[in-house]
Design a protein around this ligand. Sequence first.
Ligand code: ZN
Length: 181
Amino acid sequence: MEKTTTDMTPRAWVGCLACYNEGRLVGDWFDAACADEVTLADVHGAHSRADLHDELWVFDHENIPVRGDLDPLTAAAWGRVYTEVGPEYWPALCAWVESGDYVAEGDTDLPSISDFKERYQGHWDTLAEYAEQLADYIGLLADVPEEIARYFDWSAWTRDIAFDYSTYDDPEGGVFVFRVL
Ligand SMILES: [Zn+2]
């Protein structure tokens, strides 16, 4: 069950539960979005043993921000979240979910995409960089003469901002910034 791709697409290793319980790994990698459409024949090939081997399970996955095995329906639901959010936002969404401090959809563990979009403020090198852009955006120093503005206490401003925002590290560098609502 080696990783097969370097892209961000959620993938699921769907296998036969009965084979697994007998100590054999019979299965394959699929796009997570299709995990609920995989059939026993897909993983068993021609000699399907559908009589006793009638349940599929996701024993491994990649690019899905949860630990452990999954049922195929849940893996497919994650695949659909990815399709809806898109590869550009997927790393941020995963960091949000992995923080544990995210808004779930209904009584599932799946993230609420609308809540994600409401909170996510983009990828920045540091929170201080975001704070500077924010000051620009809201015109914080717009009416302040230049010779005074240069004495503005950026670190105090960033410290204040930190109460209203959460940052999660991007494994590739920088931080994902989220508003706290
Ligand atoms: Zn089997």
